[in-house]
Structures are given as structure tokens and as C-alpha cells.
Design a protein around this ligand. Structure first.
Ligand code: CDP
Length: 219
């Protein structure tokens, strides 16, 4: 039977990389919900380059945009109103405002509705912050994936460097800690570990070990 798997955790814990790899092995669909919130943040930067917008502006933009997920060789692609933004949503500029955008109730309701529809037939691994607590409370497997802040910052630093972004490691660590705080303390669907979620700390695991641990939990 194909299951529904929910993975939550803080920024840079390796959720996307691991969920994607495990989904490929299991023949499941991987759904990256962070990409959806990043898409709304990307659109805000297109419309208000100066970053000066109100929560109401964000909600209005989110109401009127169409986010489409598609799959190419097992990789998720994401489009906003027909424009592919899969790479554009990973810039530091988008990352800097995404938590603010994701805290807005009207934005979340639209995205959660889409996420629940996508998971309705099972055979999915979905990652985010509120998947086990809010989006898929009946998921068959719930995992809380984490790692130390230093390790998460190091991983994200290497990833951004590979993509050609020059960033300062200390600043990156501060940015990640600030985003974790905002995501955990917000009123709407904060990042939480639900009691039934299995804790997977990947600080001292390599990718293969962490992937094997996830597959074992699903099977
Ligand atoms: O990949 P990274 O850990 O940097 O973050 P992400 O998964 O792309 O998510 C970006 C941001 O979207 C998070 O910092 C949250 O503010 C928000 N998010 C959320 O609120 N709920 C989700 N289910 C997924 C992401």
C-alpha cells in the first residue's frame, strides 16, 4: 500500500534532498511545500521590488496567482502564472522574506488546500513545517528531521556556493536561526514536532544513512 509521509523540520535540515531521494526509491511523489511559499515571496519581489508591502498586499497577490507543480525526471518544477520559477525561488532575496509571507493566514489556507488535494491519492512524501500538525494530520508516517544549527548552516553554505552565491557563513547561520524562530513562534501553523513524529537527527549522518533511515521508517 502506498503511504502518506509527512516530514517537518527547521531550515536546512536536509528535508528536500532526503525526501526527494526517498521518494525516487519508493516510487512516490515528492511535494516540496516550501517552494510554494517561496513562489509567493518571489511574486512579491516582482511586484514590489523595494520590499515595502503590507500583509494585505501579500494576501491579495496570493489570492490572484496560480501555482503549478509538475515533475520532470522525478524533480519538482514550480511555476507561477505559467512562468517557471524553480531556480528563481532559491535566491537569498526570496529567502529573506519568505517567512514573513508564509506567516499570513490567507496565503497558508490557499497553499494547504492545494497540498491536501495533491496528497489525496497517497504515495506522497511531503515536506514543510506544518505537514504532520496541520496539512496531513492523518499521515501514515510522521518524521521530524533536524540537525544542529552549525551543521545546517554548513550544508546550506555548500549548497549556495555550488549555485554560485557568495555568502558569509556566520550571516547564514544567523539568517537560519532567525527563520527558525519566526517559523516556530508564528500564530498560524507554527513549526512544531507533534508528539507522534519520529525524531531523526542527521547531524552525524551522511545522506545515504539518513535516506536509509527514512526508507526504513516508511516501510
Ligand atoms: O529549504 P529551506 O529549509 O530553507 O526552507 P523551505 O522548506 O524552502 O521553506 C521556506 C519557508 O517557507 C520556511 O522558512 C517557512 O517560513 C515557510 N514554510 C511554511 O511556512 N510552511 C511549510 N509547510 C513550508 C515552508
Amino acid at each position: 500500500m502506498k503511504k502518506v509521509v509527512a516530514i517537518d523540520g527547521p531550515a536546512g535540515a536536509g528535508k528536500s534532498t532526503l525526501a526527494k531521494r526517498a521518494a525516487q526509491k519508493l516510487g512516490y511523489v515528492y511535494i516540496d511545500t516550501g517552494a510554494m511559499y517561496r513562489s509567493v515571496a518571489w511574486k512579491m519581489l516582482q511586484e514590489y521590488g523595494d520590499g515595502k508591502f503590507t500583509d494585505e498586499d501579500v494576501a491579495a497577490v496570493a489570492d490572484n496567482l496560480t501555482v503549478t507543480l509538475s515533475y520532470e525526471n522525478g524533480s519538482q518544477r514550480i511555476a507561477v502564472d505559467g512562468t517557471d520559477v524553480s531556480e528563481a525561488i532559491r535566491t537569498p532575496e526570496v529567502t529573506a522574506i519568505v517567512s514573513r509571507v508564509a506567516a499570513i493566514g490567507r496565503v497558508r489556507r490557499k497553499m494547504v488546500d492545494l497540498q491536501q488535494k495533491m496528497a489525496a491519492d497517497g504515495g506522497v512524501i511531503m515536506d514543510g513545517r506544518d505537514i504532520a500538525s496541520k496539512v496531513l494530520p492523518n499521515a501514515d508516517v510522521k518524521i521530524f528531521l533536524t540537525a544542529s544549527i552549525e551543521e545546517r548552516a554548513n550544508r546550506r553554505y555548500r549548497e549556495m556556493k555550488e549555485k554560485g552565491f557568495e555568502i558569509d557563513l556566520t550571516k547564514l547561520q544567523e539568517e537560519i536561526a532567525a527563520r527558525d524562530k519566526a517559523d516556530s513562534e508564528r500564530e498560524e501553523s507554527p513549526l512544531v514536532r507533534v508528539p507522534e513524529a519520529i525524531l531523526l537527527d542527521t547531524t552525524n549522518m551522511n545522506l545515504d544513512e539518513a535516506e536509509a533511515a527514512i526508507i526504513k521508517l516508511v516501510e
